[in-house]
Write a new protein. Structure first.
Length: 126
């Protein structure tokens, strides 16, 4: 792949760029490698009480392997094999929590089991 699209402004640009030349947003360079270090997805929130914010989202990021991010100010190592949840309202994260990979798999099983347990069972066929 010789180009990427900015996740913020959707500007197409060369894959060698680290930041968008239009808006300055970091580009998703991890998507260009054969083995991504992270997968992330936003899930739309549902307002169920007056205290719930409008337009809230849950971002779930699966860190698949360790990665090192380096800037002029220094480096930081982000460990792999964990899942990070963050609650976003607008363009800001309100809170975050990370759980180990094993706990994330337990969470996935729990959600799947509980949501399917309440589904009506198909009628037996004669």
């Amino acid at each position: 792949m010789d180009h990427v699209y900015c996740p913020q402004c959707r500007q197409r640009q060369p894959a060698v760029h680290v930041y968008c030349f239009r808006c300055g947003e970091p580009l998703p360079s991890e998507l260009l490698h054969d083995s991504p270090t992270k997968a992330a997805r936003f899930f739309a929130g549902t307002k169920v009480s007056d205290d719930d914010p409008e337009g809230a989202y849950l971002r779930v990021s699966c860190y698949l392997r360790e990665q090192t991010l380096t800037t002029d100010e220094g480096s930081v190592v982000i460990p792999g094999h964990h899942v990070r949840f963050s609650v976003w309202v607008g363009n800001a994260a309100r809170c975050v929590v990370s759980i180990p990979e094993g706990e994330a798999l337990d969470l996935a099983r729990f959600i799947s089991t509980e949501l399917t347990a309440g589904l009506p069972r198909p009628a037996p066929q004669n």
